[in-house]
Design a protein around this ligand. Structure first.
Ligand SMILES: NC(=O)c1ccc[n+]([C@@H]2O[C@H](COP(=O)([O-])OP(=O)(O)OC[C@H]3O[C@@H](n4cnc5c(N)ncnc54)[C@H](OP(=O)(O)O)[C@@H]3O)[C@@H](O)[C@H]2O)c1
Length: 301
């Protein structure tokens, strides 16, 4: 079969580990779907960099076609790309973005970071803080946006939170349409994207990542109760997983949780008995407190 026409944008992933491999898998699947439907794909060329030869082999095995893998060649990958996704560990950002040639390679391009706890301003400083350069105005800089996929990215069910604005140095310049479309395309390939203002990024990110993890405490508690009442744990987990899938669909359909609780509670019924027990133990307060505490921690990192 002839290889697809190489017409769309080029995406470079700098540090293609666990998270970015999940993203890449979703994006490649969406690109293939577009091509099969006869639509010109938004992104058609893919480059990835990693540090070790073991990871080069892993990527070649996981993505045998379409992906060009470069060991350590970050600047080369940035030069070849229109959109650059940063996927290394947060502590590596300075070394990767501060390397010679990066600021020139990124000029006018679009940098998307998935690094936890790293603001667009911090990323901007990693690239441009050294004043010994001739870049001075917003037109010289790259556009920077951050996005936080969650642990369900590999299953195509991420609730990705993205920041609407870039670094202060961009002076409020809007993201060009083709870059915005590419960002939407990338993250809808692995689930849903929620774009929020910068000051709400941390709380939205807490709901998407740790928030989903917090609910495992409730799941575990109910599983213990089910086992005490004679059900096998594995059976209890299956039932709860499907019940939660249904709950997610109901909430997405617009139902308010309080209304749902009320309509599920019959007089002298079992649901109200359990709900009152939860209120006695201040579970609702415990969850709002955990959400606030986690957000405060995130803001102070
Ligand atoms: N995992 C999650 O659930 C999750 C969720 C949200 C956000 N994130 C963010 O995603 C980022 C990546 O996390 P991860 O779990 O995917 O980590 P990871 O698997 O360790 O991936 C990091 C990748 O960076 C590569 N790398 C290291 N130094 C490099 C360099 N100098 N140049 C280019 N590539 C380099 C590594 O290559 P080698 O393998 O060859 O060392 C590795 O492939 C983190 O910033 C994290 O905050 C992760």
């Amino acid at each position: 079969m002839a290889s697809p026409k190489q017409t769309g944008l080029t995406l470079a992933i700098i540090g293609c580990g666990v998270m970015c491999s999940s993203i890449l898998e979703g994006v490649l699947a969406s690109t293939t779907k577009q091509e099969s439907a006869g639509t010109e794909p938004l992104i058609s060329n893919f480059v990835a960099t990693v540090q070790s030869s073991g990871s080069v082999e892993r990527l070649k095995k996981q993505f045998p076609s379409r992906l060009k893998v470069i060991q350590g060649g970050n600047v080369q990958a940035m030069e070849e790309a229109d959109i650059i996704m940063l996927g290394c560990k947060p502590y590596m950002a300075q070394a990767v973005l501060g390397a010679p040639g990066v600021r020139e390679a990124l000029r006018g391009k679009f940098l998307i970071s998935v690094l936890v706890g790293t603001t667009p301003d911090k990323l901007h400083d990693c690239i441009y803080a050294n004043k010994a350069n001739n870049l001075s105005g917003p037109d010289d800089f790259c556009y920077i946006r951050r996005a936080l996929p969650n642990l369900a990215a590999s299953l195509g069910e991420s609730a990705t939170v993205a920041q609407a604005s870039g670094s202060a140095a961009e002076q409020g310049k809007p993201l060009p349409e083709h870059f915005q479309a590419a960002m939407d395309f990338i993250f809808t390939s692995i689930g849903k994207i929620h774009i929020v203002p910068g000051d709400l990024y941390d709380i939205a990110g807490i709901l998407s990542g740790p928030g989903a993890v917090f609910t495992t405490v409730a799941v575990d508690g109910m599983m213990d109760g089910a086992v005490q009442q004679g059900l096998k744990r594995i059976e209890a987990k299956k039932i709860l997983a499907q019940a939660l899938r249904g709950l997610a669909a109901i909430l997405e359909d617009g139902q308010h949780p309080a209304v749902l609780r009320e309509s599920a509670s019959s007089p002298r019924g079992v649901t109200i008995e359990g709900l009152l027990s939860l209120e006695e133990d201040r579970v609702r307060h415990a969850y709002s407190k955990a959400t606030i505490r986690a957000t405060e921690r995130s803001l102070n990192m």
